[in-house]
Design a protein around this ligand. Structure first.
Ligand code: IMP
Ligand code: MG
Length: 196
């Protein structure tokens, strides 16, 4: 297994992360930030009249929420939700349990859900109808990653960072068994990690 190295791009540091746990760096920190700057500008223009309530889905969307919001100049509000999808292994079933609910009242609000990744789409599809049923004026989605080939349901996604193939990716909030969320980049997980 060859080692994949990535330069951490945080200003003021020159730490290199080298690991055989990844087969490749899919998106560098700079690529992610550049895309979030574009999406942030789009949100500024789309929601100029009605600044939205950002709803981050824990834990995967923590990095995306922090970086995306720094690219939005509107007076937005922030809330968080944690959900768990029943299913076998890494596949979600669409049957969702709320682990942490919102504090905000959604009545009449324009809501923007921020997610790390859309795989089958089952979790988000459930979340979408759940939030709509609370009387929100609009509920839209922003996701950093989407796997179009894995889609089991069609959902309207307003903002997509990047479309990717069915590789299992980690980093920038995304985990495998709760690890790798802290990586500043998005990498493809090496198959040997699953079997350890
Ligand atoms: P869905 O209901 O199948 O769309 O499930 C989406 C959830 O599965 C995401 O919020 C992630 O927690 C997880 N997931 C799907 N694909 C990946 C991946 O490639 N890496 C890490 N987590 C993933
Ligand atoms: Mg998630």
């Amino acid at each position: 297994m060859s080692e994949t190295a990535a330069q951490r791009t945080t200003p003021g540091t020159d730490l290199t992360i080298t690991s055989s746990d990844f087969t490749k760096i899919h998106f560098t920190h700079e690529q992610i930030q550049a895309r979030l700057a574009e999406i942030g500008a789009q949100i500024d223009s789309d929601y100029a009249a009605n600044p939205p309530l950002f709803v981050g889905v824990l834990k995967g969307a923590v990095m995306a929420m922090a970086d995306l919001q720094r690219n939005v100049t509107l007076p937005i509000e922030t809330d968080w939700m944690a959900v768990s999808s029943y299913g076998s292994g890494t596949k979600s079933s669409g049957v969702v349990r709320i682990l942490k609910d919102l504090e905000a009242d959604l009545l009449g609000r324009d809501v923007l859900i921020v997610e790390d990744i859309i795989d089958s789409g089952l979790t988000l599809s459930w979340l979408l109808s759940n939030l709509k049923s609370r009387g929100a004026k609009s509920v839209e989605i922003c996701t950093i990653l989407r796997k179009p080939e894995a889609a089991k349901v069609t959902i309207d996604v307003k903002y997509v960072g990047f479309d990717i193939s069915n590789d299992f990716v980690v980093g920038y909030g995304l985990d495998y068994a709760e690890r790798y969320r802290n990586l500043p980049f998005i990498a493809v997980l090496a198959p040997h990690v699953y079997s350890e």
